[in-house]
Ligand binder design. Structure first.
Ligand code: ATP
Ligand code: MG
Length: 411
């Protein structure tokens, strides 16, 4: 591995967003600086729509592994830095290539760019001037200008010359929190954490809402959701989790005797509560892990009837995504192993034998109107919601013998 001096972080889409550009860049820069608090020796520079991280001896691979999760960064290249004189650039190019894994027949090309126009050698000339001594120093190497194994890129700037080859893909999307706030309905399943990560990647700030039916659902199930929120918080810094007591509502709905539309009724009650919580917390949309056709409650007809209960935009990042792909993403973002833990969710407690795939809105509304206590219970659930702040890596200490009624308790 070459001894890298710097990381070059590139922005993607945000550069096309004209007026918003500096706001986006500031948000990404702040996020990068936050991640780098774990590496106090590093320094950050923001130049020409790029971020440079001066490593000052910190390990390039470890730091880039952390930074590739920063939203708004599309790719990262580890960089060697030298002076902007041809006598300095040539030996550095040799060192760079020599430190890579060159075997017989490895191909390369030099792609030089003279950003500093006063540099006496043109980009074209430089490609040749540098290739020749590199080839001489590494006899195993061959040139391939079309599809090289190694493309050695050299940028000559007034303040120094940057050499890099590797381009590590990063999270992409928009920087943290630059597109407003939404409430994520977070179950203990595979889908909703991935939906949350996808929403955050789009620049949304997320607060999580989880409905529990304690004591029908266990504390283990709640811990699992807290752990999932912690993983999400790792991508964001910190995250609020609203824990909603759902037992009474679920009991009312279960006793109403409409088993086949139970899930429809439950989802609508959840959305009503989430809408009230969104308004209280200035969130402008709801996010769910729904994926079209995955289960009875996610047919188009079900989504229609369920969605009618809220006037907020319902964002479903995974609506067109196959389960395999969702699982792949869950593994990548580190939520999968938690999601498959067997603790029951409130919805699995009352799963009907044959849930309807085609509910009728009028009938659903009639059932709801026939349950006079429902409105009150929804209000109670909103009022009884416990809000906790989740930070990655911090142990969660809950008071054992206390009912969780405190608002805005910080973990
Ligand atoms: P997931 O893996 O996200 O649980 P799923 O395929 O199990 O998805 P459902 O159980 O039908 O899907 O739930 C659909 C969506 O409803 C979830 O993705 C989530 O956004 C929301 N949801 C379901 N149960 C809860 C819950 N107990 N608390 C909060 N949101 C929930
Ligand atoms: Mg679920």
């Amino acid at each position: 591995m070459p001894q890298y001096d710097m990381l070059l972080l590139r922005f993607g889409e945000i550069t096309v967003k004209g007026r918003n550009r500096s706001r986006f860049e500031k948000a990404a820069l702040a996020h990068v600086k936050e991640v780098l608090r774990a590496y106090p020796a590093t320094e950050v520079k923001n130049e020409y729509g790029r971020i440079y991280v001066v490593l000052n001896g910190q390990p390039a691979s470890e730091v880039s592994e952390e930074l590739r999760n920063v939203f708004g960064i599309t790719s990262i290249s580890p960089v060697m830095v030298t002076g902007s004189h041809i006598e300095q650039i040539i030996p550095m190019a040799i060192r760079f290539i020599e430190s890579m894994n060159i075997v017989e027949g490895t191909t390369f090309k030099v792609n030089a760019r003279r950003v500093w126009k006063k540099f006496p050698v043109s980009s074209q000339e430089m490609n040749q001037i540098i290739s020749a001594p590199v080839l001489k120093a590494c006899p195993n190497l061959r040139v391939d200008v079309h599809r090289p194994n190694i493309e050695l890129r050299i940028e000559v700037r007034e303040q120094g010359t940057y050499l890099f080859s590797e381009v590590i893909p990063a999270a992409g999307g928009f920087p943290r929190g630059t597109n407003g706030k939404a409430l994520l309905l977070l179950s203990g399943g595979i889908d909703s954490p991935v939906a949350g990560w996808s929403a955050m990647r789009r620049g949304l700030e997320i607060e999580c809402v989880h409905f529990h039916s304690y004591p029908f659902t266990s504390k283990k199930a709640e811990e699992k959701v807290i752990d999932l929120a912690k993983v999400l918080a790792g991508y964001y810094g910190q995250i609020k989790l609203h824990l909603v007591p759902f037992t009474n509502i679920q009991t009312t709905l279960a006793q109403s005797g409409h088993e086949n539309v139970m899930i429809t009724l439950m989802r609508r009650a959840m959305l009503r509560i989430a809408t009230a919580l969104a308004e209280r917390n200035n969130a402008m949309a709801l996010v769910t892990g729904d994926s079209l056709g995955q289960v009875a409650s996610q047919t188009l007809a079900s989504m229609n009837v369920i969605g009618r209960v809220t006037s907020l935009p319902l964002l479903r990042p995974l609506v067109m995504t196959d389960k395999e792909e969702i699982i792949g993403l869950a593994q990548r973002i580190g939520t999968y192993d938690l999601s498959i833990l067997p603790y029951e969710d409130c919805c699995t407690l009352f799963v009907p034998k044959s849930p309807t795939t085609n509910p009728n809105l009028r009938i659903i509304e009639q059932i709801e109107a026939s349950l006079p206590q429902l409105n009150e219970q929804i209000e109670e659930a909103v009022l009884g919601t416990e809000t906790v702040m989740i930070r990655p890596g911090e142990a969660i200490q809950r008071k054992q013998d206390e009912e969780p009624v405190v608002q805005d308790k910080w973990f």
